[in-house]
Design a protein. Structure first.
Length: 345
């Protein structure tokens, strides 16, 4: 019982053709997600050991740079579109994966810090762009994730206390999104949701600040809330009383994995992931793969897409790491990138 990697490759290759054909409606309808979609595709390719040759890599890097705004340091989801923090993180991750660190340190990081500062409100929350007032923990995660790379690759660019202030205010805001039931909401006092749990909690893990903001009891509450997400079909949901959805195999499992980063849990004999029936969850993910089109859907029998394919595969990687049946490369639960790439750069 496992994912058919050849079918995944078939789905990705056919999707690439469809999205690059200007005679298809999908070419135009997907432009606002194209940078994120490229990230999901590249991660999926890495999960199934599908190589990206040098000519294709050079072509992709050139396209990513077309989306770069040299004044802001940020990236748009498609050439000619407005910059957004979601597409900016995906672009930076892709350039790290493709090992173009030089472009990041020379052209991106000197400007993107000020861009991120312009998105942060007085209460520590982050907007997604300079045009709207929408708030979302995704925007906080993306901003704090990017700042981690700024500090890692270009520590000389800014005074340490200037960067620390932005990060500290961002983390303080995210702690306000933590609810009494152990989950995180879209904003303070909003309903807990599996995706917002990961975008919030992973931000603390990236900056190694879990124990600075959370007590052991709060982490136990978080673990309990996440453990309660498994339905009878083996899949995980994002909120109580909702249907299972394959993408929560990543959001919830990665969040459970991050609890192990706390000093309160580091010496536990059991990994926090083992509070989930991983065999049943693995079976659910396998059932979500279409045996004709090859991709992975939100639940068995539904239409497949690259979003659920990516997070189904990364969730499977976390599962098999615990079960000892490692057919997929190991993924870092903080960044949703290969551990080898995070450790080597």
């Amino acid at each position: 019982m496992s994912i058919d990697k050849q079918l995944i490759a078939k789905f990705i290759n056919e999707s690439d053709v469809l999205l690059n054909d200007e005679t298809h409606l999908e070419f135009y309808m997907s432009q606002h997600l194209r940078m994120n979609g490229l990230y999901w595709t590249v991660i999926s390719k890495q999960m199934i050991d599908q190589e990206i040759d040098d000519s294709q890599k050079n072509e992709l890097v050139a396209w990513i740079k077309e989306c770069h705004d040299s004044d802001k340091g940020a990236f748009s989801p498609y050439p000619g579109h407005d910059c957004h923090i979601l597409s900016t993180l995906s672009a930076i991750q892709l350039l790290i994966i493709f090992d173009d660190i030089e472009f990041l340190t020379e052209k991106v990081f000197p400007k993107v810090f000020q861009y991120i500062k312009s998105l942060q409100l007085d209460n520590g929350a982050f907007k997604g762009d300079t045009f709207t007032e929408e708030l979302d923990t995704r925007y906080s995660y993306n901003s704090l994730h990017i700042l981690y790379y700024v500090k890692k690759y270009s520590p000389q660019l800014f005074k340490q206390n200037e960067l620390h202030k932005v990060v500290a205010n961002g983390l303080t805001y995210l702690k306000r999104c933590f609810n009494h039931d152990g989950g995180f909401g879209l904003k303070p006092q909003r309903e807990s949701h599996g995706a917002h749990v990961w975008t919030s909690f992973a931000s603390f893990a990236i900056w190694d600040e879990i124990d600075s903001y959370f007590s052991k009891q709060e982490l136990e509450d978080l673990k309990w809330w996440l453990s309660e997400r498994q339905n009878l079909d083996g899949g995980l949901n994002g909120r109580p009383c909702k249907l299972s959805d394959c993408c929560y195999s990543w959001w919830c499992l990665a969040s459970l994995k991050l609890i192990n980063y706390s000093s309160h849990f580091k010496h536990n004999k059991l990994d926090c992931l083992e509070s989930i029936d991983l065999q049943k969850l693995k079976q659910f993910i396998v059932q979500c793969q279409d045996d004709v089109n090859g991709g992975i859907s939100d639940r068995p029998g539904n239409v497949v897409d690259i979003f659920h394919t990516c997070f189904g595969l990364t969730g499977m990687s976390l599962i098999e790491e615990i079960l000892g049946d490692q057919k997929f490369k190991q993924i870092d639960p903080r960044f949703c990138m290969l551990k080898d790439i995070i450790d080597s750069n």
